[in-house]
Design a binder for this molecule. Structure first.
Ligand code: URA
Length: 269
């Protein structure tokens, strides 16, 4: 039997594990059932190192506050100075004060037609988006495309009436696809605000909780969805995120109602 090179085995196993986690797995099932409540009796407890004699207490040193620019202020200045979408993309690519950037392969800026009447704001790139450098290209993105195609909208359309423009609250993938932290949202919000100003959509779709947190300062998408509100000075419709719809197919009926509300608003003016 041919054996795989150890590196390949490692990366294949890591990819398989990431895939399981993305599907929602949060604990490993072993060949033999294991009663977690009995764990302390079943497992050999790791030996703790012998305690080392405590060092004599020293007076506490004053805590140093890291000097440096306020990341939100820097973001606001950089975003405000961008006079075009190209300049804004460059400003984001040049912004080094968000740690997410260090772990990401790509800066995911936007996709679709910037002249579109409808702008969709998602959460953050996932693995596929990080690899391809475009928002919503994985499974959730494919569902998003099908959803909007059902009301006659598509990202690759030159006609602004029928087009979509898509971005995210965060341009960098959070490690392990964890939820964006409030500080990360606050840091990147000036860029998002400027992005909306420069694209100038008629209507905004806020896809999921992170988009609502950034644009409305509110969470609770299941309560917010389907009710028109205002974000960045424009009409905005919160909707459940397609990743949620993949996990909860029963919620697709409400998402369809929201899509119809969007279409009615587009036709109405
Ligand atoms: N989910 C998002 O919110 N954005 C993406 O780009 C992909 C998945």
């Amino acid at each position: 039997m041919q054996t795989q090179a150890p590196d390949l085995e490692y990366f294949a196993a890591l990819a398989a594990l990431e895939w399981q986690i993305e599907l929602g797995a949060d604990c490993a099932i072993l060949d033999q059932p294991l009663d977690c409540y009995d764990l302390p009796d079943q497992l050999d407890k790791p030996r703790l190192p012998e305690p080392v004699a405590a060092a004599p207490a020293r007076p506490a040193a004053p805590v140093a506050v890291p000097a440096g620019p306020d990341p939100v202020v820097v973001a606001r200045q950089a975003a405000g100075a961008a006079a075009s979408l190209t300049a804004l993309r460059e400003a984001i690519e040049g912004y080094d004060l968000c740690d997410l950037k260090k772990g990401a392969r790509s800066t995911v800026f936007a996709d679709g037609n910037p002249a579109a009447r409808v702008m969709i704001i998602g959460e953050a790139p996932g693995r596929d988006e990080d690899q391809q450098g475009k928002p919503f290209v994985g499974r959730a993105g494919q569902l998003l495309d099908r959803m909007f195609a059902a009301i006659g909208l598509a990202r690759a359309t030159p006609d602004a009436q029928a087009a979509l423009y898509i971005t995210n609250v965060l341009p960098w993938r959070p490690p392990g696809n964890r939820d964006p932290e409030p500080a990360e949202i606050a840091q990147m919000l000036p860029f998002l605000t400027r992005h909306v100003e420069l694209a100038g959509p008629d209507l905004i779709v806020l896809m999921g909780n992170a988009a609502c947190a950034a644009a409305l300062g509110q969470r609770g998408i299941l309560r917010l969805r389907g009710t028109w509100t205002e974000a960045f000075g424009r009409p905005a419709l919160p909707m459940t995120h397609p990743a949620y719809l993949l996990r909860t197919p029963a919620a697709k009926r409400e998402a369809w109602a929201d899509l119809l509300a969007l279409r009615a608003r587009l036709i109405g003016g």
